[in-house]
Design a protein around this ligand. Structure first.
Ligand SMILES: [Zn+2]
Length: 672
């Protein structure tokens, strides 16, 4: 190779402790050449698979494919992590260039008829091959990638499919960039980061300011101009519908759900309907409670007579009711939830449950001063993997919290690769000499993301395509959401919730208040979540757009200005049909619904609620046996956390639980 190979850090394995990417060596100029080299390398590996004159076997086709693409894994792992945590205009530009390259590369693989012929031959005799269950899952997944990519289509349709895939990947990237810009506009106008919006609304007494903040927040992507996202949504929906139809489905939801636990849109719809009804009923009671407090404000002359709860009042009056009903004030609890203490608590819980220990690493490559690294070790001293944490907001980081992999767990050529996992958050920063003190919500989020991290870390699979969190999307939130259940157990709080100044353990009366307030406002929270999930389903159950995705149609689909666009009409009608009340909007409105328009959760936002049935049902077993019961914990580890997608999700679950999940477990846990 040329001189590039000597200097481009992606072209060789990382010569670093634990295979952590060598961030110090990575420069922006390295990405594109490395992606090109990675694509070339993997294409050559696949060409070799195809050229192999021996009859196809699992080893010379599937295993060979699993082992391919090492350079690409390295560069993509770093690029897509850093473009979310430390996005610069240059990096955005690079991602914009790389996405179509990857889309084309994916199509070259999964529309390759010669490659498919080998995979299909194996698939046809799967049961005669003597495969392990994991190998069967890998083969099935690989086969499906071809079929879902249109390998069976005629040439013209395949060419169209390539165009669609490429356009979709670039549109979703643009959606993310515009939303980031909109979030920054909001932050600049109000001095409030998007991640702090909900908390700020809860403590803002100025009703006019609340109204302005609500309106700005809920119209992100819907302001006309260069950051408007409505046109992107229409283009994406038109392409997604076209793609589904090319593959023989009626709509995108049907296509997407065909390999999920839920199986089909109808199952998801009726599941969400049941939750929505129970949630809205509770939300109406919550309005009555809030109106009573508002009436006190009216009587005191703070608000004009006749004022009623509006969407921008919810967070604030909910907080007032919470204080009155449970005397719980976040300002009282925060001192007990210093970020470092909570993280130590999360680690301790993992220690008690799964026998893990966490050792802080100092001399490791780092991409930002906020990043910290931990070596995760099993009870017998063996290495589990590396966990990086990066918890504070910055302008270059997207909103929300997430887990991601830099390195996947796998066994290549008999050599085991242990994973490198990152947990990212946008938690309350240290300010005015005070350390980072977390809200209860942030504490829950840290436990949640750590659950995903455990799923990635504890993986004991052979093949990277099914290891760790590579499981159906409606199963992937089980390990994360179940961890949230431990966060506020009195026994667990006693372990980690210590006052940041005095070291005093959180007092029993505060613990009692947190417990009592646990199901507070669940009507609202469940309603906004279910509403977003239903909105997502409605979009992806569309079988056609009124304009067919064309520009300048009579529905003003592509008009930037608000008022009469199809996106707004569609959303309003969806909300009416689902029985949403005026005081609540979906947790995400279409124009800033990043999960479904740039995050890959299209026809998938329901997964959070779906997985909650599993996690609540699973946690009921811990409640029966003891929240640190060793046998139950080890069974969860062995049957769920170590297994990745190496078996059918429902089978994994039943093996742990000894029964099917009870759908009522979610409503029970939320007190609905
Ligand atoms: Zn999650």
């Amino acid at each position: 190779m040329t001189a590039v190979s000597c200097t481009n850090p992606f072209l060789a394995s990382w010569d670093t402790p634990y295979g952590i990417p060598d961030f110090s060596k990575v420069k922006e100029k390295h990405y594109i050449p490395a992606v090109k080299a990675g694509i070339e390398q993997q294409q050559a590996e696949i060409d070799a698979i195809i050229a192999d004159a021996d009859a196809p076997t699992f080893a010379n086709v599937v295993e060979a494919y699993e082992a391919s693409g090492a350079i690409l894994d390295r560069v993509v792992g770093v690029l897509f992590n850093l473009s979310e945590t430390d996005s610069t205009p240059a990096l955005q530009e690079i991602v914009g260039q790389v996405l179509p390259m990857l889309s084309e590369h994916g199509d070259n693989i999964f529309m390759n008829a010669a490659f498919f012929a080998k995979v299909d031959a194996l698939y046809g005799q799967m049961d005669a091959l003597g495969l392990t269950q994991e190998q069967k899952m890998v083969l099935e997944k690989l086969h499906r990638s071809f079929v879902q990519n249109g390998v069976a289509l005629d040439e013209a349709s395949q060419a169209r499919m390539r165009e669609i895939n490429m356009e979709l990947s670039s549109l979703s990237n643009t959606f993310g960039n515009r939303l980031l810009a909109e979030n920054n506009v909001f932050a600049a106008e109000f001095g409030v980061a998007i991640s702090e919006y909900a908390g700020t609304m809860g403590v803002t007494a100025d009703r006019d300011l609340r109204e302005r903040m609500f309106k700005a927040y809920s119209s992100r992507g819907n302001n006309g101009g260069e950051n408007d996202t409505k046109e992107l949504i229409m283009k994406m929906m038109a392409l997604r519908i076209e793609k589904a139809k090319l593959l023989g489905y009626e709509n995108p939801a049907q296509m997407i759900l065909s390999d999920k636990m839920a199986g089909n849109p109808e199952a998801v719809d009726s599941f969400l309907e049941g939750i929505m009804a129970a949630a809205v009923a509770r939300a109406k009671d919550e309005i009555v409670d809030m109106q009573a407090v508002m009436n006190e404000d009216i009587a005191a002359g703070v608000l004009p007579a006749g004022s009623v709860i509006e969407p921008w009042d919810w967070a604030y009056y909910a907080e007032r009711v919470r204080k009155a009903k449970f005397a719980l004030d976040e300002e009282q609890t925060k001192p007990y939830f210093q970020m470092e203490n909570v993280r130590a608590g999360v680690f301790e819980v993992a220690g008690k449950l799964f026998g893990l220990s966490f050792e802080k690493l100092s001399d490791i490559p780092s991409y930002h001063p906020d990043m910290e690294g931990f070596k995760v070790v099993d009870a017998d001293g063996s290495l589990i993997g590396i966990l990086l944490t990066d918890y504070f907001p910055r302008e270059t980081k997207r909103g929300g919290a997430w887990m991601n992999n830099f390195v996947n767990q796998e066994i290549v050529g008999g050599v085991e690769v242990r994973p490198v996992i990152v947990n990212v958050g946008n938690f309350s920063k240290p300010v005015d000499g005070k350390p980072s003190l977390l809200t209860l919500d942030e504490v829950g989020t840290m436990f949640h993301e750590f659950g995903h991290a455990l799923h990635g870390l504890l993986s004991q699979c052979t093949y990277k395509s099914v290891s760790g969190t590579s499981v159906p999307r409606d199963f992937v939130e089980l390990p994360s959401q179940i961890m949230e259940n431990w966060a506020f157990q009195p026994e667990v709080l006693a372990m980690y919730a210590r006052h940041y100044e005095t070291g005093e353990v959180i007092p029993a009366d505060l613990v009692a208040k947190i417990e009592a307030a646990g199901n507070f406002n669940q009507g609202f929270m469940t309603t906004e979540l279910a509403a977003a999930a239903i909105l997502d389903m409605k979009w992806h159950e569309l079988e056609a757009l009124p304009c067919g995705g064309e520009h300048k149609c009579k529905y003003n689909c592509h008009v930037g200005k608000t008022g009469e666009s199809f996106v707004e009409q569609f959303e309003a009608e969806a909300c009416r049909q689902m029985g949403l009340i005026d005081q609540i909007i979906p947790r995400y409105r279409s124009t800033y619904f990043a999960h479904i328009f740039s995050g890959g959760y299209n026809a998938g936002y329901y997964s959070y609620l779906w997985a909650e049935v599993l996690d609540k049902d699973a946690f009921e077993l811990f409640m029966q046996k003891g929240i640190f019961d060793e046998q139950t914990a080890m069974s969860f580890r062995a049957n769920i956390l170590e297994k990745g997608g190496s078996d059918e999700a429902m089978d994994l679950y039943r093996r742990f639980r000894g029964a099917d999940p009870d759908p009522k477990a979610l409503l029970r846990a939320r007190g609905l």
